[in-house]
Design a protein around this ligand. Structure first.
Ligand SMILES: CC(C)(COP(=O)(O)OP(=O)(O)OC[C@H]1O[C@@H](n2cnc3c(N)ncnc32)[C@H](O)[C@@H]1OP(=O)(O)O)[C@@H](O)C(=O)NCCC(=O)NCCS
Length: 153
């Protein structure tokens, strides 16, 4: 018998974390010779969606995106790393942080963008559904949880 969402065990941040890697191709470049911002947003949105799916085991929808800042230009042939993790859960909503980095050939990274998403888990009828709780262990995870809680309430 399928487990009800509220009966599912709480999960750790690491259980749903996602790392996605891209090489910037010519099809991703805008007229100014840089990575098209909309392309980056698409990749970030997908990473956030997979984090939310892994946490909730449900389909989900994006309720909001916050704090999209572009701090570094990304150019043709750059390596881009996107790291997504869950930071806070409400009843049916999940806050997901996605950090994007450009990685040089020597392995050093510069932060390009930090985005915060609120994803809402949906049942088979497209209604919001309860998500598993989140176990926060490290000081960083606890601080992110507190910031997410303060931001949502
Ligand atoms: C997001 C959506 C499912 C919320 O539905 P709703 O009927 O308002 O449901 P609720 O009021 O029960 O809210 C559900 C949860 O979403 C959160 N929420 C709703 N709107 C939100 C918003 N704009 N920003 C952040 N969180 C939001 C609520 O706080 C609640 O969280 P909780 O259960 O953890 O307390 C609905 O507004 C929707 O389908 N929006 C369209 C989303 C979409 O199409 N996204 C794709 C973008 S192209």
């Amino acid at each position: 018998m399928e487990m009800k969402p509220e009966q599912r065990p709480m999960k750790h941040v690491a259980d749903s974390a996602v790392i996605q890697t891209q090489i910037v191709l010519s099809s991703h470049i805008n007229g100014a010779g840089r990575l098209f911002g909309g392309q980056l947003m698409e990749w970030i949105d997908i990473v956030a969606g997979v984090v939310a799916r892994r946490h909730s085991h449900c389909n989900q929808t994006t309720a909001s995106v916050d704090s999209l800042q572009f701090k570094e230009a990304v150019r043709l042939n750059d390596t881009l790393i996107l790291e997504g993790k869950i930071t806070y859960v409400g009843r049916t909503s999940m806050e997901v942080q996605v950090d994007s980095f450009v990685e040089a050939l020597d392995g050093t990274r510069k932060l390009v963008n930090t985005a915060f998403f609120v994803m809402v888990a949906l049942d088979a009828n497209d209604h919001p559904v309860t998500v598993p709780g989140l176990i926060v262990e490290t000081e960083e995870e606890k601080a992110a949880w507190a910031a997410g809680r303060d931001g949502m309430n």
